[in-house]
Design a protein around this ligand. Structure first.
Ligand code: IVH
Length: 706
């Protein structure tokens, strides 16, 4: 009995239907924040829905759905927080999983900076805390704002919650006028255990691990709940600053420590590779007794001037890396191998496992990568796992490292069932029956059905409406699947004619199950407002293989407009010619991505579908110039001769970061030639064409903006 007569009167069938309805409604509300100036429901109504859902589940525990909204761990949905744009993006870290990869990272830095192996490089080493990152902005020494990382560009405003954390000072003495301190919020093991005990005593849901507990606690709408949760904070980085903190990473950490922040006591300074490795070993050995979760060691180049020269790739700094600990392991039975068909037709084998806890998380699926992996071969045809193939019914060893999807490491042949047969990887798409082919050099087998394959079509549509792409409010994965299944939409362009076709007349959206007058109207207006789309988002939304969000941004910046991009793709030939070269000149675009892009635009059915889509949209041009105040923004620059203060790679990356295009040869389109000693024909040609030629010093002054 719940004490609520309406709930107490529910029959089992009614409860089941009501839980389904609530799951839909709550999910829809969760999706509603993307671009929603008027969220679908108020916070209070949202909370009431969640409470009602929990009350029904408490009365009928066996009816709890697999997708129950109660399991959307602790964290209230992001839309409930005000958004914060990070002035300096919050980045992630590249990973190294072995000493060799760590060596390669250091060698890469030397190469980039043009240093030989003799030049000493000092790094800091510190534990990689397994929590959630937080940015704290102090103005005149006062904490004015705290924000989560979000997608790195935009986070959530959690100021009231951050103020409840004892390790987060409210007031700083002697700090720069503007100081953004970054670090990790985490929960210690004993606090986590006590919290879970309290939760279950109250009939609440236990958290899966300390990180989920920290994230859920930080992202509470009610700061009083956060206050009751024992969160802690380590400072390890910074964002915007009115003046530098120090000249070295270590110096900056010490300064933060002096200001009152907690700096991890295991932070070390390492002057050579041997010390770097020793720091890793020390931290790994102490891991079990630290009392909080860490998942690796972070190395950062100590000299901040060098950090500055190295700069960033699209999402990671060149001057830091995380050396991850080996993964956690567990044995379980592989019950079946399923084949999933992805957006680009890849057949992905998935292991369905008897549920097992690995590193504190229950795992019931693991990736099997591709057919070679199952057959115990690597991409080059060499044997892996000592030649043990993976079969349905096998006992397998599962591992996971950090957030990475669980994988299978080993097979116990002594427990293999007598009737187990080698897995026969399908030669036909299990969804549409089209041939599944494997091209030379490709590890994956792909369905050749294209948009005629329902799996590919629906995945493409889901990607198209998802976050980062068109982000259409009210049109989530489930809705897309239903509309596709009933033939209402077959390709992205169809979304923009839904209202025309199903806004009135015999078949109407509002009469479909799960829809109503209001939700249909809301969807039509969300679709209308998404017609106007920035070029980068559209490129990403197309769902072309290898073209992720940051590549889409680079392409948009390079081509500027949809017309320019489409024309370039029309003219491009794979592997040769000026358009191909132009594509490859984009820092961050390689031959594999370029080929996928050109292939997509040249494939007649796909191109026709893209054109139908473009005709429905108003595509907003991208800013092709770099930071508007840079004097080299939009200029085409050629470097020639020997550069003394930087390597070619560095010069190119720096110029591009300032919005310049870097070309390999001089033509009438060149704006500027930077010539070092030994410059030959290029400098001469520039003079003949009347192109400005400057030396490296002048270039550096220009790049500094002066
Ligand atoms: S430095 C520009 N140091 O790891 C580099 N990150 O995988 C900024 N993290 O988003 C990060 N411990 O949330 C840094 N000692 C540490 C860290 C750390 C944990 C997290 C951080 C970051 C993620 C990247």
């Amino acid at each position: 009995m719940t004490g609520n007569s309406e709930l107490d009167a529910l029959t089992e069938a009614e409860a089941r239907a009501e839980l389904a309805r609530l799951a839909e409604e709550i999910t829809r509300a969760d999706l509603a924040y993307h671009g929603a100036d008027n969220p679908r429901i108020t916070d209070a109504d949202y909370d009431a829905l969640k409470r009602r859902n929990a009350a029904i589940e408490a009365r009928f525990p066996h009816l709890k759905r697999d997708d129950s909204p109660s399991d959307q761990v602790g964290a209230p949905p992001a839309e409930r927080f005000e958004k914060v744009r990070h002035e300096v993006h919050m980045l992630s870290l590249g990973n190294a999983f072995s000493d060799d990869e760590l060596d390669a990272f250091v060698a890469g830095i030397r190469r980039y900076l043009g240093l030989d192996a003799q030049t000493a490089l000092t790094f800091t080493a510190e534990p990689k805390i397994d929590g959630v990152s937080l940015a704290l902005r102090y103005e005149a020494g006062r904490l004015v704002r705290a924000a989560t990382r979000g997608d790195g560009e935009t986070g959530e405003n959690v100021t009231a919650n951050a103020r409840t954390i004892a390790d987060v000072p409210d007031q700083l003495d002697g700090a720069p006028d503007l100081l953004e301190v970054r670090g990790e919020v985490y929960m210690a093991h004993d606090d986590f255990a006590a919290l879970n005990a309290r939760q279950s005593a109250r009939g609440g849901k236990a958290f899966a691990n300390p990180r989920n507990a920290a994230a859920g606690s930080l992202r509470q709408l009610d700061a009083q709940i956060t206050r009751a949760r024992p969160l802690r904070f380590f400072a390890y980085a910074w964002g915007v600053l009115s003046e530098p903190l120090a000249q070295t990473q270590m110096g900056a950490l010490e300064r933060l420590g002096a200001l009152g922040f907690v700096i991890n006591p295991l932070t070390r300074r390492c002057a050579d590779m041997a010390t770097m490795r020793a720091a890793y070993q020390e931290i790994e050995q102490r891991r079990a007794t630290l009392g909080y979760d860490i998942d690796g060691v972070v190395y950062k180049l100590d000299d901040l001037a060098l950090q500055d020269r190295l700069g960033f790739r699209s999402t990671t700094p060149r001057w830091a890396i995380a050396r991850k600990f080996p993964a956690e392991l567990a044995w379980t039975r592989l019950e079946a191998i399923d084949i999933q068909v992805g957006r680009t037709g890849t057949l992905s084998p998935v292991a369905r496992l008897a549920p097992v806890t690995v590193g504190g998380v229950v795992v019931s699926n693991a990736t099997l990568h591709n057919e070679d992996y199952i057959a115990a071969r690597d991409a080059a045809g060499a044997t892996i796992r000592d030649g043990k193939d993976i079969r349905e019914g096998d006992w397998v060893e599962v591992y996971r490292a950090g957030d990475v999807i669980p994988k299978i490491r080993d097979v116990d042949l002594s427990r293999r069932p007598a009737d187990a047969r080698p897995f026969a990887f399908p030669r036909q798409c299990p969804r549409c029956g089209a041939a599944a082919v494997r091209e030379e050099g490709d590890a994956a087998r792909r369905c050749t059905g294209g948009m005629a394959c329902p799996a590919q079509a629906v995945e493409k549509l889901k990607h198209f409406v998802a976050r980062g792409a068109l982000d259409i409010d009210g049109l989530g994965g489930r809705q897309v699947e239903a509309l596709y299944r009933d033939g209402w939409i077959a390709e992205p362009a169809d979304i923009f004619t839904i209202e025309e076709r199903f806004g009135s007349g015999p078949r109407q959206l509002k009469n479909r199950e799960g829809w109503g007058e209001k939700s249909a109207r809301n969807l039509f207006s969300a679709i209308e407002s998404s017609r106007r789309v920035p070029l980068a988002r559209l490129i990403f939304a197309l769902g072309i293989r290898h073209v992720g969000e940051s590549a889409a941004a680079l392409l948009a910046r390079h081509y500027g407009s949809w017309a320019a991009l489409a024309q370039a793709m029309d003219r491009a030939e794979i592997g040769q010619g000026p358009e191909w070269d132009s594509l490859l000149s984009i820092d961050g675009v390689g031959a594999v991505m370029a080929q996928a892009l050109v292939t997509a635009f040249h494939q007649p059915a796909e191109r026709a579908s893209i054109d139908r889509l473009a005709a429905q949209l108003e595509i907003v041009d991208a800013e092709t110039a770099g930071p508007a105040d840079s004097p080299v923004a939009g200029k085409t620059v050629v470097f020639t001769g020997t550069l003394e203060h930087m390597t070619r790679a560095e010069a190119k990356a720096r110029a591009e970061a300032l919005g310049a295009k870097v070309a390999g040869s001089v033509s009438s389109k060149t704006d500027l030639v930077v010539a070092g000693p030994g410059a030959g024909s290029k400098a001469k040609k520039a003079t003949e064409l009347g192109v400005e030629v400057i030396d490296e010093e002048a270039w550096l002054a220009l790049a500094r903006g002066g």
